[in-house]
Design a protein around this ligand. Structure first.
Ligand SMILES: [Zn+2]
Length: 393
Protein backbone atom coordinates (compact mmCIF):
# COMPACT_ATOMS: atom_id res chain seq x y z
CA UNK A 1 0.00 0.00 0.00
CA UNK A 2 1.02 3.59 -0.53
CA UNK A 3 -0.38 5.06 2.67
CA UNK A 4 0.15 4.69 6.41
CA UNK A 5 -0.09 6.65 9.65
CA UNK A 6 2.67 7.99 11.88
CA UNK A 7 2.65 7.35 15.63
CA UNK A 8 0.96 10.75 16.00
CA UNK A 9 -1.82 9.60 13.70
CA UNK A 10 -0.75 11.80 10.78
CA UNK A 11 -1.76 10.33 7.44
CA UNK A 12 1.10 9.74 5.00
CA UNK A 13 0.83 8.98 1.30
CA UNK A 14 3.75 8.11 -0.94
CA UNK A 15 2.58 10.24 -3.81
CA UNK A 16 3.61 11.25 -6.44
CA UNK A 17 5.07 7.80 -6.70
CA UNK A 18 8.24 8.79 -8.51
CA UNK A 19 9.27 11.27 -5.84
CA UNK A 20 8.79 9.85 -2.41
CA UNK A 21 11.06 12.56 -1.00
CA UNK A 22 10.90 13.59 2.59
CA UNK A 23 8.52 11.76 4.81
CA UNK A 24 8.14 11.43 8.54
CA UNK A 25 10.50 9.00 10.34
CA UNK A 26 9.31 5.53 11.37
CA UNK A 27 7.44 3.85 12.96
CA UNK A 28 4.51 3.67 10.53
CA UNK A 29 1.17 2.02 11.12
CA UNK A 30 -1.49 0.50 8.87
CA UNK A 31 -4.63 2.66 8.89
CA UNK A 32 -6.85 -0.41 8.56
CA UNK A 33 -5.52 -2.76 11.22
CA UNK A 34 -3.16 -0.55 13.21
CA UNK A 35 -0.22 -2.97 12.89
CA UNK A 36 3.23 -1.54 12.40
CA UNK A 37 4.25 -1.57 8.74
CA UNK A 38 7.60 -1.24 7.03
CA UNK A 39 8.55 1.31 4.39
CA UNK A 40 10.04 -0.49 1.37
CA UNK A 41 12.24 1.82 -0.65
CA UNK A 42 12.56 -0.13 -3.85
CA UNK A 43 14.89 0.90 -6.65
CA UNK A 44 12.74 -0.80 -9.29
CA UNK A 45 9.41 -1.21 -7.54
CA UNK A 46 7.52 1.81 -6.36
CA UNK A 47 8.06 2.76 -2.74
CA UNK A 48 5.35 1.27 -0.56
CA UNK A 49 4.44 0.20 2.95
CA UNK A 50 4.26 -3.51 3.67
CA UNK A 51 2.85 -5.61 6.49
CA UNK A 52 4.98 -8.27 8.13
CA UNK A 53 4.63 -11.74 6.61
CA UNK A 54 2.57 -13.03 9.49
CA UNK A 55 0.00 -10.22 9.15
CA UNK A 56 -3.68 -11.10 9.05
CA UNK A 57 -4.65 -7.69 7.71
CA UNK A 58 -7.07 -7.67 4.77
CA UNK A 59 -5.25 -7.44 1.50
CA UNK A 60 -1.82 -8.32 2.92
CA UNK A 61 0.52 -9.22 1.31
CA UNK A 62 0.06 -7.04 -1.72
CA UNK A 63 1.45 -8.06 -5.10
CA UNK A 64 3.54 -5.79 -7.26
CA UNK A 65 0.81 -5.88 -9.88
CA UNK A 66 -1.74 -4.67 -7.35
CA UNK A 67 0.45 -1.71 -6.34
CA UNK A 68 1.19 -0.90 -9.95
CA UNK A 69 -2.46 -1.14 -11.00
CA UNK A 70 -3.60 1.24 -8.29
CA UNK A 71 -0.87 3.75 -9.18
CA UNK A 72 -1.59 3.64 -12.92
CA UNK A 73 -5.35 3.94 -12.45
CA UNK A 74 -4.90 6.82 -9.99
CA UNK A 75 -2.67 8.72 -12.43
CA UNK A 76 -5.09 8.09 -15.25
CA UNK A 77 -8.10 9.42 -13.32
CA UNK A 78 -6.16 12.40 -12.05
CA UNK A 79 -5.06 13.38 -15.56
CA UNK A 80 -8.71 13.32 -16.63
CA UNK A 81 -9.79 15.57 -13.76
CA UNK A 82 -11.75 12.95 -11.85
CA UNK A 83 -10.10 13.87 -8.49
CA UNK A 84 -9.27 10.35 -7.30
CA UNK A 85 -8.16 9.54 -3.76
CA UNK A 86 -5.78 6.71 -3.06
CA UNK A 87 -6.39 4.02 -0.42
CA UNK A 88 -9.21 5.68 1.39
CA UNK A 89 -9.98 4.10 4.74
CA UNK A 90 -13.72 3.97 5.36
CA UNK A 91 -14.14 3.61 9.14
CA UNK A 92 -17.82 2.61 8.96
CA UNK A 93 -16.86 -0.37 6.78
CA UNK A 94 -13.51 -1.08 8.38
CA UNK A 95 -12.00 -1.37 4.92
CA UNK A 96 -9.85 0.60 2.56
CA UNK A 97 -10.90 1.37 -1.01
CA UNK A 98 -8.04 1.07 -3.51
CA UNK A 99 -9.06 4.25 -5.32
CA UNK A 100 -12.10 6.39 -4.59
CA UNK A 101 -13.30 8.97 -7.09
CA UNK A 102 -16.32 11.11 -7.84
CA UNK A 103 -17.71 11.42 -11.34
CA UNK A 104 -20.87 13.39 -12.15
CA UNK A 105 -21.82 13.49 -8.46
CA UNK A 106 -21.56 9.72 -8.01
CA UNK A 107 -18.84 8.21 -5.85
CA UNK A 108 -17.09 5.11 -7.11
CA UNK A 109 -14.65 2.75 -5.46
CA UNK A 110 -12.19 1.01 -7.76
CA UNK A 111 -11.32 -2.41 -6.49
CA UNK A 112 -8.34 -3.67 -8.42
CA UNK A 113 -8.37 -7.39 -7.71
CA UNK A 114 -5.42 -9.52 -8.77
CA UNK A 115 -5.82 -12.64 -6.65
CA UNK A 116 -8.69 -15.07 -6.25
CA UNK A 117 -11.07 -14.35 -3.40
CA UNK A 118 -14.16 -16.18 -2.22
CA UNK A 119 -17.44 -15.19 -3.84
CA UNK A 120 -18.73 -14.39 -0.34
CA UNK A 121 -15.91 -11.90 0.21
CA UNK A 122 -16.59 -10.26 -3.17
CA UNK A 123 -20.31 -9.98 -2.41
CA UNK A 124 -19.70 -8.65 1.09
CA UNK A 125 -17.39 -5.92 -0.17
CA UNK A 126 -19.88 -4.99 -2.89
CA UNK A 127 -22.78 -4.76 -0.45
CA UNK A 128 -20.65 -2.79 2.02
CA UNK A 129 -19.89 -0.13 -0.57
CA UNK A 130 -23.46 0.02 -1.80
CA UNK A 131 -24.72 0.37 1.78
CA UNK A 132 -22.87 3.68 2.14
CA UNK A 133 -23.81 5.05 -1.27
CA UNK A 134 -20.59 4.13 -3.07
CA UNK A 135 -20.73 2.21 -6.35
CA UNK A 136 -17.96 -0.35 -6.53
CA UNK A 137 -16.22 -0.94 -9.84
CA UNK A 138 -14.43 -4.26 -9.81
CA UNK A 139 -11.43 -4.28 -12.09
CA UNK A 140 -9.75 -7.65 -12.26
CA UNK A 141 -6.20 -8.32 -13.27
CA UNK A 142 -6.05 -9.30 -16.95
CA UNK A 143 -4.08 -12.31 -15.71
CA UNK A 144 -7.37 -13.74 -14.43
CA UNK A 145 -8.89 -13.87 -17.93
CA UNK A 146 -9.17 -17.49 -18.99
CA UNK A 147 -10.14 -18.25 -22.54
CA UNK A 148 -10.44 -21.91 -23.53
CA UNK A 149 -11.11 -21.25 -27.22
CA UNK A 150 -12.43 -18.49 -29.49
CA UNK A 151 -15.11 -16.46 -27.64
CA UNK A 152 -15.16 -19.10 -24.90
CA UNK A 153 -14.32 -18.13 -21.34
CA UNK A 154 -14.09 -19.74 -17.98
CA UNK A 155 -15.06 -17.16 -15.38
CA UNK A 156 -14.36 -17.55 -11.65
CA UNK A 157 -17.40 -17.25 -9.41
CA UNK A 158 -16.05 -14.13 -7.67
CA UNK A 159 -15.46 -12.40 -11.01
CA UNK A 160 -19.17 -12.53 -11.76
CA UNK A 161 -19.74 -10.21 -8.79
CA UNK A 162 -18.09 -7.46 -10.83
CA UNK A 163 -20.54 -7.78 -13.73
CA UNK A 164 -21.97 -4.33 -14.47
CA UNK A 165 -24.70 -3.04 -16.80
CA UNK A 166 -24.09 -0.38 -19.46
CA UNK A 167 -26.12 2.84 -19.42
CA UNK A 168 -28.80 1.37 -21.70
CA UNK A 169 -29.21 -1.53 -19.27
CA UNK A 170 -28.89 -4.02 -22.16
CA UNK A 171 -25.23 -4.98 -22.20
CA UNK A 172 -23.32 -6.27 -19.20
CA UNK A 173 -19.59 -6.70 -18.86
CA UNK A 174 -16.79 -7.70 -16.51
CA UNK A 175 -13.80 -5.33 -16.46
CA UNK A 176 -10.12 -6.37 -16.54
CA UNK A 177 -6.98 -4.30 -16.59
CA UNK A 178 -3.30 -4.72 -17.28
CA UNK A 179 -1.12 -2.00 -15.68
CA UNK A 180 1.84 -3.28 -17.66
CA UNK A 181 0.12 -2.94 -21.04
CA UNK A 182 -1.93 0.09 -19.99
CA UNK A 183 -5.00 -1.61 -21.34
CA UNK A 184 -8.58 -2.30 -20.24
CA UNK A 185 -10.43 -5.44 -21.29
CA UNK A 186 -14.21 -5.66 -21.23
CA UNK A 187 -15.74 -9.11 -21.35
CA UNK A 188 -19.38 -9.08 -22.43
CA UNK A 189 -20.87 -12.49 -21.63
CA UNK A 190 -23.39 -13.44 -24.33
CA UNK A 191 -24.54 -16.94 -23.44
CA UNK A 192 -23.64 -19.85 -21.22
CA UNK A 193 -23.95 -23.58 -21.69
CA UNK A 194 -23.21 -24.36 -18.05
CA UNK A 195 -21.72 -22.60 -15.05
CA UNK A 196 -18.25 -23.44 -16.41
CA UNK A 197 -18.56 -22.36 -20.04
CA UNK A 198 -19.44 -18.82 -21.02
CA UNK A 199 -19.43 -17.42 -24.54
CA UNK A 200 -18.68 -13.76 -24.87
CA UNK A 201 -17.07 -10.88 -26.68
CA UNK A 202 -13.84 -9.37 -25.40
CA UNK A 203 -13.08 -5.74 -26.20
CA UNK A 204 -9.72 -4.11 -25.61
CA UNK A 205 -9.41 -0.39 -24.91
CA UNK A 206 -6.09 1.39 -24.49
CA UNK A 207 -5.87 3.40 -21.29
CA UNK A 208 -5.02 6.50 -23.34
CA UNK A 209 -8.34 6.17 -25.21
CA UNK A 210 -10.45 5.53 -22.16
CA UNK A 211 -12.56 8.12 -20.34
CA UNK A 212 -13.99 7.86 -16.82
CA UNK A 213 -17.46 7.78 -18.46
CA UNK A 214 -16.34 4.76 -20.50
CA UNK A 215 -15.28 3.00 -17.34
CA UNK A 216 -18.36 3.94 -15.33
CA UNK A 217 -20.94 3.24 -18.07
CA UNK A 218 -18.93 0.71 -20.12
CA UNK A 219 -17.71 1.59 -23.60
CA UNK A 220 -20.24 1.35 -26.46
CA UNK A 221 -19.69 -1.88 -28.39
CA UNK A 222 -21.17 -3.80 -31.29
CA UNK A 223 -21.96 -7.46 -30.48
CA UNK A 224 -19.54 -9.87 -32.14
CA UNK A 225 -20.30 -12.69 -34.53
CA UNK A 226 -21.77 -15.66 -32.67
CA UNK A 227 -19.22 -18.24 -33.73
CA UNK A 228 -20.11 -20.26 -30.64
CA UNK A 229 -23.63 -20.77 -31.95
CA UNK A 230 -22.25 -23.64 -34.05
CA UNK A 231 -21.72 -25.61 -30.85
CA UNK A 232 -25.23 -25.13 -29.65
CA UNK A 233 -26.99 -27.82 -31.67
CA UNK A 234 -24.30 -30.34 -30.80
CA UNK A 235 -24.85 -29.56 -27.13
CA UNK A 236 -28.61 -29.93 -27.46
CA UNK A 237 -27.97 -33.33 -28.98
CA UNK A 238 -25.92 -34.27 -25.93
CA UNK A 239 -28.65 -33.05 -23.61
CA UNK A 240 -31.09 -35.36 -25.36
CA UNK A 241 -28.99 -38.44 -26.03
CA UNK A 242 -26.49 -38.75 -23.22
CA UNK A 243 -27.53 -39.74 -19.77
CA UNK A 244 -26.07 -37.42 -17.20
CA UNK A 245 -23.90 -39.20 -14.71
CA UNK A 246 -23.56 -36.10 -12.58
CA UNK A 247 -24.96 -36.04 -9.14
CA UNK A 248 -28.40 -34.53 -9.43
CA UNK A 249 -28.81 -30.96 -8.27
CA UNK A 250 -32.06 -30.02 -6.57
CA UNK A 251 -33.07 -27.96 -9.63
CA UNK A 252 -32.67 -31.04 -11.84
CA UNK A 253 -34.81 -33.07 -9.45
CA UNK A 254 -37.47 -30.38 -9.54
CA UNK A 255 -37.51 -30.19 -13.34
CA UNK A 256 -37.63 -33.97 -13.48
CA UNK A 257 -40.79 -33.95 -11.38
CA UNK A 258 -42.38 -31.46 -13.81
CA UNK A 259 -41.70 -33.92 -16.62
CA UNK A 260 -42.77 -36.94 -14.58
CA UNK A 261 -46.15 -35.29 -13.95
CA UNK A 262 -46.54 -35.41 -17.73
CA UNK A 263 -45.26 -39.00 -17.94
CA UNK A 264 -42.10 -37.79 -19.57
CA UNK A 265 -38.47 -37.06 -18.70
CA UNK A 266 -35.90 -34.32 -19.23
CA UNK A 267 -34.38 -35.71 -22.51
CA UNK A 268 -37.84 -35.20 -24.04
CA UNK A 269 -37.78 -31.50 -23.25
CA UNK A 270 -39.77 -29.21 -25.57
CA UNK A 271 -37.73 -28.03 -28.55
CA UNK A 272 -38.54 -24.43 -27.66
CA UNK A 273 -36.34 -24.86 -24.57
CA UNK A 274 -32.56 -24.84 -24.30
CA UNK A 275 -31.63 -21.87 -26.49
CA UNK A 276 -29.23 -19.00 -25.89
CA UNK A 277 -30.86 -15.77 -24.78
CA UNK A 278 -29.34 -12.53 -23.63
CA UNK A 279 -28.98 -12.32 -19.86
CA UNK A 280 -29.05 -16.11 -19.40
CA UNK A 281 -25.69 -16.08 -17.61
CA UNK A 282 -27.54 -15.24 -14.36
CA UNK A 283 -28.58 -18.92 -14.28
CA UNK A 284 -26.18 -21.66 -13.31
CA UNK A 285 -29.03 -24.05 -13.97
CA UNK A 286 -28.74 -25.59 -17.45
CA UNK A 287 -30.60 -23.63 -20.16
CA UNK A 288 -32.96 -26.46 -21.16
CA UNK A 289 -33.85 -26.95 -17.48
CA UNK A 290 -34.86 -23.40 -16.60
CA UNK A 291 -36.48 -22.80 -19.95
CA UNK A 292 -38.48 -26.04 -19.63
CA UNK A 293 -39.55 -24.76 -16.23
CA UNK A 294 -40.88 -21.55 -17.80
CA UNK A 295 -42.73 -23.60 -20.42
CA UNK A 296 -44.12 -26.27 -18.13
CA UNK A 297 -44.86 -24.43 -14.92
CA UNK A 298 -45.89 -21.05 -16.32
CA UNK A 299 -47.00 -21.32 -19.96
CA UNK A 300 -48.48 -24.82 -19.97
CA UNK A 301 -51.23 -24.19 -17.37
CA UNK A 302 -52.48 -21.10 -19.26
CA UNK A 303 -55.40 -21.70 -21.64
CA UNK A 304 -54.64 -20.96 -25.32
CA UNK A 305 -55.36 -17.30 -26.27
CA UNK A 306 -54.65 -16.06 -22.74
CA UNK A 307 -52.62 -12.86 -22.59
CA UNK A 308 -49.99 -12.26 -19.97
CA UNK A 309 -47.53 -9.53 -19.08
CA UNK A 310 -43.86 -9.83 -18.30
CA UNK A 311 -44.67 -8.79 -14.75
CA UNK A 312 -47.14 -11.69 -14.28
CA UNK A 313 -44.59 -14.12 -15.64
CA UNK A 314 -41.89 -12.71 -13.39
CA UNK A 315 -44.14 -12.86 -10.33
CA UNK A 316 -44.92 -16.50 -11.04
CA UNK A 317 -41.44 -17.56 -12.04
CA UNK A 318 -39.25 -15.57 -9.68
CA UNK A 319 -40.14 -17.17 -6.31
CA UNK A 320 -39.67 -20.63 -7.83
CA UNK A 321 -36.45 -19.51 -9.49
CA UNK A 322 -35.02 -18.10 -6.27
CA UNK A 323 -36.04 -21.18 -4.38
CA UNK A 324 -35.04 -23.90 -6.78
CA UNK A 325 -32.73 -22.65 -9.50
CA UNK A 326 -29.04 -22.06 -9.11
CA UNK A 327 -28.60 -18.33 -9.67
CA UNK A 328 -25.57 -16.11 -9.82
CA UNK A 329 -25.98 -13.07 -7.64
CA UNK A 330 -25.35 -9.99 -9.76
CA UNK A 331 -25.35 -7.23 -7.13
CA UNK A 332 -24.51 -4.55 -9.70
CA UNK A 333 -27.00 -5.60 -12.39
CA UNK A 334 -30.61 -4.72 -11.60
CA UNK A 335 -33.42 -7.08 -12.66
CA UNK A 336 -31.24 -9.76 -14.17
CA UNK A 337 -33.90 -12.51 -13.96
CA UNK A 338 -36.55 -10.23 -15.48
CA UNK A 339 -34.23 -9.38 -18.35
CA UNK A 340 -33.41 -13.02 -19.11
CA UNK A 341 -37.08 -13.95 -18.95
CA UNK A 342 -38.09 -11.12 -21.26
CA UNK A 343 -35.42 -12.17 -23.76
CA UNK A 344 -36.69 -15.74 -23.57
CA UNK A 345 -40.24 -14.61 -24.37
CA UNK A 346 -38.88 -12.66 -27.35
CA UNK A 347 -37.32 -15.92 -28.55
CA UNK A 348 -40.54 -17.87 -27.91
CA UNK A 349 -42.40 -15.35 -30.06
CA UNK A 350 -40.26 -16.47 -32.99
CA UNK A 351 -41.21 -20.11 -32.41
CA UNK A 352 -44.90 -19.17 -32.66
CA UNK A 353 -45.87 -20.63 -29.28
CA UNK A 354 -46.69 -17.12 -28.07
CA UNK A 355 -47.42 -13.89 -29.89
CA UNK A 356 -46.84 -10.27 -28.97
CA UNK A 357 -50.03 -8.80 -27.52
CA UNK A 358 -50.12 -5.24 -26.21
CA UNK A 359 -47.40 -4.84 -23.62
CA UNK A 360 -47.14 -8.58 -23.13
CA UNK A 361 -47.79 -11.80 -25.01
CA UNK A 362 -50.63 -14.16 -25.85
CA UNK A 363 -50.38 -17.93 -25.74
CA UNK A 364 -50.91 -19.37 -29.23
CA UNK A 365 -50.61 -23.10 -28.72
CA UNK A 366 -49.94 -25.70 -26.05
CA UNK A 367 -46.49 -26.87 -25.04
CA UNK A 368 -45.58 -30.04 -26.93
CA UNK A 369 -43.32 -32.73 -25.52
CA UNK A 370 -41.65 -34.84 -28.22
CA UNK A 371 -42.73 -38.48 -28.20
CA UNK A 372 -39.19 -39.70 -28.86
CA UNK A 373 -35.70 -38.34 -28.50
CA UNK A 374 -35.21 -38.51 -32.28
CA UNK A 375 -38.31 -36.44 -32.80
CA UNK A 376 -37.09 -33.90 -30.24
CA UNK A 377 -33.74 -33.57 -31.93
CA UNK A 378 -35.36 -33.19 -35.39
CA UNK A 379 -37.39 -30.32 -33.98
CA UNK A 380 -34.24 -28.83 -32.47
CA UNK A 381 -32.64 -28.85 -35.93
CA UNK A 382 -35.73 -27.22 -37.38
CA UNK A 383 -35.74 -24.42 -34.81
CA UNK A 384 -31.99 -23.98 -35.06
CA UNK A 385 -32.27 -23.39 -38.80
CA UNK A 386 -35.28 -21.12 -38.36
CA UNK A 387 -34.08 -19.05 -35.42
CA UNK A 388 -30.33 -18.94 -35.57
CA UNK A 389 -28.73 -19.67 -38.91
CA UNK A 390 -29.04 -16.06 -40.08
CA UNK A 391 -26.93 -15.00 -37.08
CA UNK A 392 -24.10 -17.23 -38.32
CA UNK A 393 -23.68 -15.43 -41.63
ZN1 LIG B 1 -3.21 -3.61 8.03
Amino acid sequence: MFSAKTKHGTHLTLYPFHDSGVIAPPPYYCSTCGEEVVLKKGKIRRWHFAHRHSSLCRGAPESEEHLEGKAVLLDWLENLGAVPRLEVFLPSLGRRADVLFTWRRETYALEYQCSSITPEEALQRTHDYLSCGITPIWIYSSGLLRSTSVQTYSIHTFEWTGLRADSSGCGTAITYFSPEKHRFYFLYPRASLSSQVTFGDLYTVELSEMSPAGLVHLPPVIPGEKTWMRMWLRTKKQWRYSRSRWQLHSDTRYVRVLFAQRRSDIPYFPSEAGWPVDGMTCFNTLPHHWQSMVLLSFLDPLPVNTSFSLQTAVETFRPAAEDILRLKPFPLVPNSIEHALEQYFVLLEKTGIIQKSGDGWKKERDVYLPGSIDEGYKMDQYYFARLFTTSLK
